[in-house]
Design a protein around this ligand. Structure first.
Ligand SMILES: Nc1ncnc2c1ncn2[C@@H]1O[C@H](COP(=O)(O)OP(=O)(O)OP(=O)(O)O)[C@@H](O)[C@H]1O
Length: 592
């Protein structure tokens, strides 16, 4: 029966959801299920006792019996109330634990993913999958437990009351139920489709809000408020329309059920007169039967609609598992070893690499970054500079050939030992929510306050930090919103300084700073790069005169390399780049 109830794919999904979550929560679900059985039993008892209420007061007019029955009614409802409380508390406890566990699992999974995963899933989508879809896991389990235990047991109990009180009338009512279930079945498919579209539009709403928050400067500067508003209106409108369609479809199950139930009750009322009058049944039995029938209506309706609720809930669960199962394209080998301590020489040997199929960026690339020296990567945009540091940090793997540190292939070493040997200062100086101290301290776990301050001093950041309202305990604001570009850069230099790794990867900021800031940063970088293997992407050639070696990258290949003075003396690509950047154009020269 269950096989026909839901599709095979959904059945697999459901079994997986239950097997992964139900077991760990078994004690809580056990208690909740026991409480539900008590609730179901008390519901049936409240229908059963109608017979005694009516017979004792109306038929036998026995006042003592009336009091007895009244006490029993009070006890039934008291027990039902307590059991209902226990059921809710333990069901929620298990459910909340499932949400928490799912969210933790999803988050640690996406943290393991390589950079390419993040180009596939926009942040808004990740947000939705980790929040809304994780909730769906709980809702589906709740639905199964409440429907199969509370509703089914209530229905069985009430049916038993009905059979005992009026067997023939029960038979009549039973004919109606399959009709009602059939009536709601055809609605399921439609709801599923609309629900999928609704979730997609919901994702777009999140994306729009997120883009507004992160891109507010561009929005304001270009007066894009109307454009953003129009986009929001479109997505919100779509969600509104789809929600209405879903509500209409879901509600459509009500008229079907109401009409059929109306027929059942009308039939029962008509027949009951004949039975009571002709077959000598008591009015109490009849009242008990009708109460049981009416009480059975809600659980029966919920069970009939269960398929719709299950299908819609499973959409979220499927999306959650899609994220959880997304293969990790960049993983650590099972037999990975520690990256042995060394001087930090980086070498690329016969490296072939492409981001997209049939679109090779590096073709047999051979390149060395000598230990303890600073190598500057220069060249036109798209030449492959960032891709080199992506491979050197093992954010991507080459298709063939190898990237090595001190002769060890990066694919053979643990991520932890690799990351411990590298410090990174990126172009987008990302700061995390928290204090200045916290942001610098992320450079090395367990660093003392003194070490953090020493790193900040070396990064020329100490003085401006001390001028902040709470010094090192000042809040940096969202992504360093409370700081200038130059200050953020010095914080990230201090973070790298604290790491004290042999290898430094430096992606120079493209935005120009005022000369004071530029001078302070330059000084900090000179200290930071001293005696370290530094790979530095330089966008402004004026800043790399101190480099030991320069590599000019063009179209994924090394166009030229050598010492700065040596390259300048040649009439090659570096000299041309240099002249292009440093020599004022005729027009500029006239303005000077
Ligand atoms: N994640 C990616 N997916 C697909 N293609 C990419 C990706 N990143 C870079 N590329 C492509 O690879 C080539 C090299 O890019 P790369 O970012 O390494 O160049 P770059 O020299 O650092 O450029 P820039 O100076 O503009 O930062 C470019 O053609 C770029 O379009």
């Amino acid at each position: 029966m269950f096989a026909k109830f839901i599709s095979n794919a959904n059945k697999t999904l459901l079994f997986r959801l239950l097997s992964e979550n139900f077991k760990s929560q078994a004690p809580w679900y056990g208690i909740a299920i026991l409480a539900m059985i008590v609730v179901a039993a008390m519901t049936s008892a409240s229908a059963w006792i109608m017979r005694d209420i009516v017979n004792s007061s109306v038929v036998s007019k026995d006042i003592n019996r009336v009091f007895e029955v009244a006490i029993m009614v009070a006890v039934i409802f008291f027990i039902k109330g307590i059991a209902g409380y226990i059921q809710s508390v333990f069901l929620s406890r298990a459910g909340n634990n499932i949400i928490a566990k799912t969210q933790k699992m999803l988050f640690s999974r996406i943290l393991k993913q390589g950079i390419s995963f993040y180009s596939k899933y926009p942040s808004s989508e990740l947000l939705m999958r980790i929040t809304t879809n994780a909730q769906a896991a709980r809702s589906v389990i709740d639905l199964i437990v409440t429907s199969f235990v509370r509703d089914l047991f209530s229905l069985i109990g009430l049916a038993a009351v009905m059979v005992i009180q009026q067997p023939s009338l029960t038979l009549f009512s039973a004919i109606i139920v399959p009709g009602a279930i059939y009536g709601v079945r055809h609605l399921t498919k439609k709801v599923r489709k609309i629900m999928e579209q609704e979730l997609a539009s919901l994702g777009m709403i999140i994306q729009n809000v997120q883009e507004t928050a992160t891109g507010i400067r561009v929005i304001k500067a270009f007066g894009l408020e109307d454009y953003m508003n129009a986009r929001m209106e479109k997505y919100v409108g779509e969600v509104e329309q789809r929600s209405n369609s879903i509500a209409k479809l879901e509600a459509a199950s009500s008229p079907i059920m109401e009409t059929l139930s109306g027929f059942a009750i009308a039939g029962v009322v008509a027949l009951s007169g004949i039975w009571v009058l002709q077959e000598g049944n008591t009015p109490g039995e009849l009242m008990s039967f009708i109460t049981a029938l009416l009480l059975a209506y809600e659980p029966a309706k919920r069970l009939a609609r269960m398929r719709i609720s299950l299908e819609t809930g499973l959409i979220g669960v499927r999306m959650m598992y899609e994220l959880a199962d997304h293969p990790i394209d960049l993983s650590q080998k099972d037999n990975a070893v520690e990256l042995a301590a060394g001087k930090g020489e980086i070498s690329f040997r016969n490296v072939n690499f492409s981001y997209k199929e049939n679109h090779r960026l590096f073709d047999n690339l051979n390149l060395d970054f000598p230990a303890g020296k600073t190598t500057a990567l220069v060249g036109p945009s798209g030449g492959g500079k960032s891709s080199i540091i992506n491979l050197a940090m093992r954010l991507y793997d080459p298709e063939s050939g190898s990237v090595m540190i001190d002769g060890q292939d990066l694919r053979d070493v643990t991520f932890e030992s690799l990351r411990n040997r590298i410090a990174y200062v990126g172009q987008d100086t990302f700061l995390f929510a928290g204090t200045v101290k916290h942001n610098i301290g992320l450079g090395r776990e367990g660093a003392s306050d003194e070490e953090i301050i020493a790193a900040a001093k070396a990064a020329n950041a100490h003085d401006f930090i001390m001028r902040m309202p709470h010094g090192y305990d000042s809040d940096v604001g969202e992504n360093g919103g409370n700081m200038s570009g130059g200050q953020k850069q010095r914080i990230s230099i201090a973070r790298a300084m604290l790491r004290n790794a042999e290898i430094l990867i430096l992606d120079e900021a493209t935005s120009a700073l005022d000369s004071e800031s530029e001078h302070l940063i330059r000084e900090a970088l000179t200290r930071l790069t001293r005696d370290r293997t530094t790979v530095m992407i330089a966008h402004r050639l004026s800043t790399i005169t101190f480099a030991d070696n320069i590599v000019v990258m063009e179209n994924g290949a090394v166009a030229e390399q050598g010492r700065p003075a040596e390259l300048l003396s040649r009439d090659g690509p570096y000299r041309r780049l240099y002249e292009l950047q440093l020599l004022p154009t005729a027009e500029q020269a006239m303005l000077l």
